[in-house]
Design a protein around this ligand. Structure first.
Ligand code: HEM
Length: 509
């Protein structure tokens, strides 16, 4: 005879299943009266999360080939629209930019960046407008980026010396990825904080915290999508890691701000490294001058500086690493680029930022690499602030919007042989990455587009030119296949999985 205890487990499971299903289908977002974008079938509770895989930009591109340029998926309970063509992106980021300029609330960001008091994740509104305008006008304007020219040139010289030293030592292989990480971190540290951290005592800690940040940002936290699974982050240690990191960053930035405040005013406006005023100085100056009715809080200063790091270091370094990887994989292209750089340098055997304007091929190489390898392939997520329609489909308020810039830049309708690395396609064309050509948006576009383009391009173009001028770089002859590997690493910023290992022969030209 079947006992009652045997019946209880299946009965409870059945009831729970019915509750899930009814909650799921009663969700107002699933209303059938609206014309929603096509959608792959979803599972109860998790929606389409299982279809994202380790490389969501690739999985979403594959799905969009079946379901179209505007596709609806469900990240757990969160409805999301995936944009995969230039026309759909133009609609979101230009024609209806105001409606789609909000960012969704993410728990990890709130925890680490002072309740999203930064620029990148602040909700669309007056506060964001204020901090963004400080950033655009005071921190990342053309004039300000120019004022940091000496820092860039000094750090480039250090990089060249380091590679020369390594190439003359017994180690025949050089880890170029490590060198490029240090270059970008050092430049951003000096510009933002006033000094390098790579040779200070805190260096190991600082670098490991930046790594931990990248890892946590790339970690899937089920509670963000399925609220009743929020407890998991407490059990699996995610919450504890986030809290520890938030404390560390806060102590660190608090120390930096204090250090700047304590610098004796009037003595000099140069800091320890002999640099001009840095970004913390500028923000403190704005704080001093802000009127008492809308003061700039110290948390805002820390959050903005945090953004410059989080948004500026990984992305800039990743763009440079992929460009070098493509050049090493295509020696003929590298030779053509070297010829251009060396011709412009001429008999002075040196290049400065002024020379970059004459290097059209260099600019084309950088653009083509950013087309194939946008460091943030899905940009940063946006959120719809009112019911609207895109390409004839209804989009409900609160829907998350994910723009697959990676897929857009490989769309065969916009690009000939889109998978090929071919810088020539950017010669003799006005096509640019500043957010006007929606076929090509590695920096996003519209109100929430990246304000750091000039900053990062100034670093990347100069670094590439200096490397081409000073060295003959190649992949190690043995096991070239292994070193040529272009596999991506999972994460929000898509870096190379394996570091770039090269041989470098100083050029005697
Ligand atoms: C190759 C380097 C870089 C790439 C590929 C990149 C890419 C992006 C992308 C895709 C976005 C989101 C745009 C959107 O939602 O439409 C963004 C936003 C942002 N980026 Fe960059 N970025 C780079 C370098 C930098 C640098 C160097 C800085 C600062 C020094 C910076 C600061 C920011 C900030 C503050 C935002 C948030 C803007 C907002 O939400 O209003 N980025 N970036």
């Amino acid at each position: 005879m079947i006992s009652l205890s045997h019946l209880i487990v299946p009965l409870v499971s059945f009831i729970l299943f019915i509750i899930f299903l009814s909650k799921w289908y009663c969700n107002p977002s699933s209303t059938s009266r609206k014309r929603l974008p096509p959608s792959p079938p979803k599972l109860p509770v998790i929606g389409n999360l299982h279809q994202l895989g380790l490389f969501p930009h690739r999985s979403l591109q594959a799905l969009s080939k079946r379901y179209g340029p505007l596709m609806m998926i469900h990240l757990g309970r969160v409805p999301a629209v995936i944009v995969s063509t230039a026309d759909a992106a133009r609609e979101v980021m230009k024609n209806q930019d105001v409606i789609f300029s909000n960012r969704p609330k993410l728990s990890i960001i709130d925890k680490i960046i002072y309740d999203s008091k930064d620029i990148a994740f602040a909700p669309y509104g007056e506060y964001w407008r204020q901090v963004r305008s400080i950033c655009v006008l005071q921190l990342l304007s053309n004039k300000r980026v120019q004022s940091f020219r000496r820092i860039r040139e000094e750090e480039m010289s250090r990089m060249i010396l380091k590679i020369r030293h390594l190439s003359s030592s017994s180690a025949s292989y050089i880890n170029l990825s490590d060198i490029l990480v240090t270059l970008t971190n050092d430049i951003i540290c000096r510009v933002a904080l006033g000094r390098r951290y790579s040779d200070a005592e805190e260096s190991t800690k600082f670098e490991s915290m930046l790594k931990e940040l990248a890892e946590l940002l790339g970690t899937f936290n089920p509670g963000d999508y399925i609220p009743w699974l929020n407890w998991i982050k407490r059990v699996n240690g995610f919450e504890a890691r986030v809290e520890k990191l938030a404390r560390w960053f806060d102590d660190f930035f608090e120390g930096v701000v204090e250090e700047h405040r304590n610098r004796k005013k009037g003595e000099t406006n140069l800091n320890d490294s002999g640099d001009e005023t840095d970004l913390v100085d500028i923000l403190l100056e704005i704080q001093r001058e802000s009127n008492s009715s809308s003061p700039i809080e110290t948390d805002t200063i820390k959050a903005v500086i945090f953004d410059i790091f989080a948004a500026g270091t990984d992305t800039t370094y990743t763009a440079l690493e992929w460009a070098m990887a493509e050049l090493l994989k295509h020696p003929k292209t590298m030779e053509k680029l070297q010829n251009e750089v060396r011709q412009v340098a001429g008999s002075k055997l040196e290049i400065t930022e002024d020379d970059l304007e004459k290097m059209l091929y260099l600019k084309a190489v950088m653009k083509e690499s950013l087309r194939l390898h946008p460091p943030l392939p899905l940009l940063l997520p946006r959120e719809c602030t009112q019911d609207s329609a895109i390409l004839g489909y209804d989009i409900a308020v609160g829907t998350r919007v994910i723009i697959n810039s990676w897929a857009i830049a490989r769309d065969p309708l916009s690009w000939e042989n889109p998978e090929d690395f071919c810088p020539e396609r950017f010669l003799n064309t006005e096509m640019d990455f500043r957010g006007l050509n929606f076929e090509y948006i590695p920096f996003g576009a519209g109100r929430r587009g990246c304000p750091g383009i000039t900053f990062s391009i100034a670093v990347n173009e100069l670094a590439l030119a200096k490397l081409m001028l000073n060295f003959n770089l190649a992949l190690p002859l043995e096991a070239t296949e292994r070193y040529c590997d272009m596999t991506e690493a999972p994460g929000n910023t898509v870096t190379k999985k394996f570091p770039l290992i090269v041989t470098a022969h100083p050029c005697s030209c």
